[in-house]
Design a protein. Structure first.
Length: 187
């Protein structure tokens, strides 16, 4: 596996070593020992999630705060998405900066999104199956959502037609509300 840095500290892409022949292909999609050695940090993924979305679905930008923050390892097994992570670590030199990656079944690239990031994606293909591991379970009281189209973030989403968003995602926080939300106590 080849682990690549992005312009935002801690945010990585992973390109697996693919072994292919006339029968098809094989690759390790996850190897805890190799990943931890290359990242120089422990990772304890405790949950695997699978989502299917049709073209035009935009999910996010979701996050969990405090001790329930999640590190995610994201990959696509069918179709293609534009995957985005936004740095929401207060005090980070890249606070409010975003980075996007095209993830697809074809390129087999993975996106490692550490704790302290909001995450979302836009489905580009007719259907996309997204698999991701998390280091923490979903905890509703710690959950937050940033607006996908906040002008301060100015995310350069690929051209798209009409979007399909959940009601929750339509009501996401503006970036200007984020710091206050992150510092608000919760149970």
């Amino acid at each position: 596996m080849k682990i690549n840095n992005t312009p935002i500290d801690g945010l990585k892409t992973i390109d697996p070593k693919i072994f292919g022949d006339e029968r098809g292909f094989f690759f390790e999609s996850y190897n805890k020992q190799k990943l931890e050695k290359n990242l120089d940090r422990p990772l304890e993924f405790i949950q695997d999630n699978h989502s299917r979305s049709c073209q035009g679905v935009l999910r996010g930008l979701h996050f969990q705060r405090g001790m329930h923050a999640q590190c995610k390892l994201v990959r696509v097994v069918m179709g293609e998405i534009f995957d985005v992570a936004v740095d929401i670590r207060i005090g980070s030199p890249t606070f409010g900066c975003w980075h996007g990656e095209f993830l697809s079944a074809e390129n087999k690239r993975q996106f490692l999104i550490p704790e302290g990031f909001a995450h979302g994606f836009l489905t580009l293909s007719n259907i996309a199956d997204v698999l991701y591991k998390t280091t923490a379970n979903w905890y509703p009281a710690s959950e937050g959502c940033l607006r996908w189209d906040d002008p301060t973030l100015a995310i350069a989403w690929p051209k798209h037609g009409a979007l399909i968003l959940s009601e929750k995602d339509k009501k996401g926080l503006n970036f200007s509300e984020l710091t206050s939300f992150l510092q608000t106590p919760f149970e």
